[in-house]
Design a protein around this ligand. Structure first.
Ligand SMILES: [Zn+2]
Ligand SMILES: [Zn+2]
Length: 379
């Protein structure tokens, strides 16, 4: 700890000078090193990371680079630590921080926008116009854990108080890491219209976001909620999270007709598309009713061809969402606190920090039906 630290610490949580941290070298090359522990500044706290979940986007960052953007470029060989779905305990307060206390359990959302651009001022801080500008003389103060600044595959992290959500005592560390995933779907559903009680809704792709999308949509009153996927085991979990119907693409002759046989021939009101394939995008367009909306929660890795004429003629809206904007994580946490759905159903595996490479392999290859894998940095 540097001498000039003007915030608050506690003897109950001694802070070491260095910590264990994974860093990204060349693509797919990560190593466990000792990194200095930074201390929090104004409006920041130091979080001792108790659990961090692996997301499909972490796999993209580690193997390809984007959407991570470190010092204006690719994240490789920059002493960068990935990981963005973490929770922990507040162990030091920056100067004048009184919103949190040492010992508070918190879960951390990814983005802290610059706070001064047009989008940040609208609450759309995940679409900050100063994204990634946080270094040298272009520093605008933007932060995105594990994307533009250091992430959570390590033992401590400094975070802006704007990104913290208190975790109730009866919620496990593992469940608390899922708030960002649930918050991402909450943001998508907010942008779809927010008031979705009684609207029919399809989720395509039962990954973690799709599964929690079912849960959040159901909690918001959407009905019926239909989950589409290719694996029966995942569709079963979707049912437990509230899906009224599940459809396996592999056993349906025509998925659009199968959806219409449930919601009526006009089609469905809303689609949350979490698969990101050309086929799924076109299915989404064809199953949406006139004036309906499609939220894109997954991104294809290359440009795809979609049926624009059908969208225009039918006044179908399609839009992307980025991350967990407009404080959606707080609304997701409220549902989880009230036990409106059991997010724990998507947590399948837990690994120690030193076993991160094995954990990433489980996530990438979906070994042993892995869905959400959680890393414990202190075991
Ligand atoms: Zn994620
Ligand atoms: Zn901004």
């Amino acid at each position: 700890m540097s001498k000039e630290f003007l915030g608050k610490t506690s003897s109950k949580y001694p802070i070491p000078k260095t910590m264990k941290a994974w860093v990204l070298g060349d693509p797919n090359e990560i190593s466990l090193i000792d990194k200095p522990v930074e201390m929090p500044g104004k409006a920041e706290v130091l979080v001792k990371i108790d659990a961090v979940a692996i997301c499909a986007t972490d796999l993209d960052v580690i193997s390809h680079g984007p959407p991570a953007l470190i010092e204006g470029g690719l994240p490789f060989n920059k002493n960068f630590t990935p990981g963005h779905e973490y929770m922990g305990t507040v162990v030091a307060l920056g100067p004048s921080v009184d919103e949190f206390e040492i010992g508070d359990r918190v879960t951390v959302e990814i983005h802290s926008g610059c706070g001064q651009c047009k989008r940040c001022r609208m609450g759309m801080y995940t679409s900050c116009h100063n994204y990634g500008l946080n270094y040298g003389n272009v520093n605008k103060g933007h932060r995105a854990n594990g994307f533009t600044t250091d992430g959570g595959f390590k033992q401590f992290a400094v975070n802006n108080i704007n990104t913290l959500i208190k975790v109730p005592d009866d919620m496990t560390d593992e469940e608390a890491t899922l708030v960002v995933t649930a918050g991402t779907t909450m943001y998508g559903l907010t942008e779809l219209g927010g008031l979705i009680a009684g609207e029919s809704l399809v989720v395509i792709g039962p990954g973690p976001i799709g599964l929690l999308g079912v849960a959040v949509a159901k909690a918001l009153g959407a009905c019926p909620v239909i989950l589409i996927g290719t694996r029966d085991s995942r569709l079963e979990i979707g049912k437990k999270l509230g899906a009224d119907h599940t459809l396996n693409v592999k056993s349906e002759k025509n998925i659009v007709e199968a959806v219409k046989s449930i919601v009526g021939k006009k089609g469905v009101d809303y689609v949350v598309e979490c698969a990101g394939t050309e086929q799924a995008l076109n299915d989404a367009i064809m199953m949406t009713n006139r004036g309906g909306k499609i939220c894109l929660a997954a991104f294809p890795h290359e440009s795809v061809k979609v049926n624009i004429p059908h969208m225009v003629i039918n006044n179908i809206y399609m839009f992307g969402i980025r991350g967990e904007g407009k404080s959606a994580t707080h609304r997701a946490m409220e549902f989880m606190k009230q036990k409106r759905f059991n997010a724990k159903l998507v947590h399948t595996h837990t690994f120690d920090l030193k076993d991160l490479p094995t954990a990433l392999k489980y996530a990438r290859e979906r070994i042993d039906d892995a869905i959400k894998i959680v890393i414990r940095p202190w075991s």
